[in-house]
Design a protein around this ligand. Structure first.
Ligand SMILES: C[S@@+](CC[C@H](N)C(=O)[O-])C[C@H]1O[C@@H](n2cnc3c(N)ncnc32)[C@H](O)[C@@H]1O
Length: 117
């Protein structure tokens, strides 16, 4: 996902955050051919990464941590930021739009939120 966004927006710095080993091995593989200069991968727990300068956040996490994530986003994101969550709703955010996308025969539901003014 982060690579697709970075490709479409070459002047935007995009960060991918993942704490588990296996997905991080994949990002290590991608970084061997750094064709995209505007992507950085962080092997971190999402809850420890500051979001205070983020314009947009794309989430694809687990249902069990969405409460914690919602609190973090509310506390840290700039007021005009946008949030998209894949498959899991974000509590306490007002939903603007949903969209179903199918990629390689898999169906994903995207929830779009804005933090508000
Ligand atoms: C539904 S999977 C998505 C997998 C993969 N990122 C993808 O796009 O196909 C959820 C992922 O969220 C990661 N995750 C869950 N909690 C996290 C956290 N607090 N910080 C960073 N990554 C987290 C898990 O390690 C897991 O890889």
């Amino acid at each position: 996902m982060v690579r697709a966004v970075a490709k479409q927006h070459p002047s935007t710095l995009c960060f991918g955050v993942e704490k588990a080993l296996l997905p991080n091995l994949l990002t290590w593989f991608y970084s061997l051919s750094p064709s995209l200069k505007n992507v950085k991968y962080l092997k971190e727990d999402f809850t420890t990464v500051s979001l205070s300068h983020a314009d947009a956040v794309f989430l694809y996490l687990w249902p069990g941590i969405m409460d914690q994530v919602a609190n973090k986003l509310k506390a840290e994101l700039p007021k005009n930021a946008q949030v998209i969550s894949c498959n899991f709703e974000l509590p306490e955010f007002s939903l603007e739009q949903t969209e179903i996308v199918c990629i390689k025969n898999r169906r994903y539901k995207l929830y779009l939120y804005s933090v508000g003014l």
